[in-house]
Unconditional design. Structure first.
Length: 284
């Protein structure tokens, strides 16, 4: 498949799927459908370029690789260096396991002296560098645990997040299949519908680049909604600053997928800088 991102980038994808899934989705060469994946920074359309029988699967330990993704050109990446001498370069959104907070953290939110989990235990990050060179990026989808190890040190990272798709004609009126996170946000907005004065406000920096979004705003607060608060520390600090500028509170409305470790880390980090300007609200 060829996936076209809204920024003009292209992702070449190969997926291993059951025959009945292909048949029930009415997929054929030339089919066009919508795709969404946070981890691949993908929100655009895809076209089926080939369909073929699955090659023989290798035997042995481990899980089957069910997807392979190549981003032809990524103009901004993050390069991390570790105390073992290993380096890892990837997209800012690619999650790496943090043993300190027991949760996945995007590459763009790591800093020197943080620790990752390697095959032999904790490994310190020695440097993090944002690079603006055009390179190809590679990702895979792994059956089962959806994780794999990279570098000689065996650093634990997450594989590609499964995409929400709308198979069939791109112009068809059927909506894109919504993720659990999208459905959670809808429930939250329904709960606060009588208080909302603005929603889905796009935030841009001085150069006009999109840097985030305010899920909704009330007379007293701006709100960030997340089924899981994984990887949101920088975003929440940015929103707290905006809330201060507007003379409002930041309400962080979180779902049951937020781990206790992530919640504790975020609560302490935000309270230390912003005090009672930030309020955490659980929601089912």
């Amino acid at each position: 498949m060829e996936w076209r991102k809204t920024d003009g980038g292209i992702v070449d994808a190969e997926l291993l799927r059951p025959r009945d899934w292909v048949a029930s989705s009415h997929l054929e060469i030339g089919s066009i459908f919508k795709v969404f994946s946070t981890e691949l920074e993908l929100n655009g359309i895809a076209e089926i370029t080939a369909i073929s029988l699955c090659p023989p699967l290798s035997t042995g330990d481990g899980e089957v690789v069910t997807g392979r993704f190549v981003t032809r050109r990524a103009d901004e990446t993050v390069r991390m260096t570790f105390e073992t001498g290993d380096t890892l370069e990837g997209s800012k959104s690619h999650p790496i396991w943090s043993p300190a907070i027991q949760d996945w953290v995007p590459m763009g939110e790591w800093a020197a002296e943080d620790v990752v989990l390697g095959r032999e235990g904790w490994i310190a990050v020695t440097s993090v560098e944002v690079r603006n060179e055009s390179v190809s990026l590679y990702n895979i989808e792994v059956r089962g645990e959806h994780v794999y190890e990279v570098t000689q040190a065996g650093i634990l990272v997450h594989n590609s997040t499964p995409c929400s798709v709308n198979p069939g004609n791109f112009d068809a009126p059927n909506p894109v299949v919504k993720s659990a996170g999208d459905l959670f946000e809808e429930r939250v907005k329904n709960t606060f519908s009588k208080e909302i004065i603005r929603q889905n406000e796009i935030l841009r920096n001085s150069a006009g680049k999109v840097i985030g979004e305010i899920d909704f705003e009330t007379a007293e607060a701006i709100a960030e909604v997340g089924l899981s608060l994984r990887g949101k520390v920088n975003q929440l600090h940015r929103l707290a600053e905006i809330a201060k500028q507007r003379g409002k509170r930041l309400d962080v409305i979180y779902g049951p997928d937020t781990s206790p470790g992530t919640f504790k880390f975020l609560q302490e980090s935000l309270a230390k800088k912003w005090g009672n300007r930030v309020r955490f609200i659980p929601h089912e």
